[in-house]
Write a protein that binds this ligand. Structure first.
Ligand code: SAH
Length: 225
């Protein structure tokens, strides 16, 4: 259950009307899943960025969240979420690598998914946890290097990597349940593509390259601050 937005009506730049306009825009850009659109319409994205950026929270763009990181563009969040929902079995337990602002995790939680999220920058994770608490969002998070995933809590029905790497982190595929879906931006530097991997019931992998995207890099190790 998502807490009430600070401003749920009216003409402010954080109003429900502004959020609905973002939903319309995502629809026009090909996002079809009604549950995903509903989740985007219900989660107050302006509470996941610094106050000075709140007026831009419902634009379809990535925004800085400090430490050289960004909150992903709403279209990307919607598309990745749609890709994991578009499986034969609806995902119940999901692992996200790269909590960042916490927005993607909040979207998953709004869909009734059991979310596990990992972030390497301590300060970002602390801020995200405060947001989860104040919005009444229940999920599991840990401060760690996402390259190792979260084996004790696996296997997961879906894994979402929200930082770019040259290749899929193989160890994460081991934490994917049969029938599960992994989505990740793959490719070094300026050219990345969203890759969707489906683990078949027999363990074989079905790999499909989707749209071009641009994410901050998946980095090794943890940052304590
Ligand atoms: N899902 C986030 C997007 C954050 S940007 C959101 O909705 O806001 C990518 C995030 O991945 C950054 O916060 C970055 O610190 C984190 N990250 C990068 N490499 C990581 C790693 N190895 N393990 C965990 N998090 C990582």
């Amino acid at each position: 259950m998502i807490g009430r937005p600070l401003q749920s009506s009216g003409v402010g730049f954080t109003s429900q009307r502004v959020r609905d306009r973002l939903v319309e825009r995502l629809k026009a850009q090909g996002i079809r899943n009604p549950n995903v659109l509903r989740a985007i319409g219900s989660v107050p994205r302006h509470l996941f960025v610094d106050e000075v950026l709140a007026s831009r929270a419902y634009e379809d763009s990535a925004l800085p969240i400090g430490f050289g990181q960004t909150i992903s563009q709403p279209w990307v969040v919607a598309r990745m979420t749609e890709l994991i929902l578009d499986a034969d079995v609806a995902p119940k337990r999901v692992l996200e690598i790269g909590t960042g602002s916490g927005y993607q995790a909040a979207i998953l939680a709004a869909l009734g998914i059991e979310v596990h999220t990992v972030e390497r920058i301590g300060d970002l994770l602390r801020t995200a946890r405060k947001r989860f608490r104040s919005l009444g969002i229940a999920l599991r998070s840990k401060h760690d290097d996402g390259h190792i995933g979260w084996a004790e809590e696996g296997p997961f029905d879906a894994i979402m990597v929200t930082a770019g790497a040259e290749a899929i982190v193989e160890g994460l595929i081991d934490q994917l349940a049969p029938g599960g879906t992994l989505v990740a931006p793959v490719g070094g530097g300026a050219t990345q593509a969203l890759v969707r991997i489906r683990k078949q019931m027999d363990g074989s992998l079905d790999i499909k390259e989707m749209e071009p995207v641009l994410f901050v890099p998946l980095l090794p190790g943890v940052v304590d601050r």
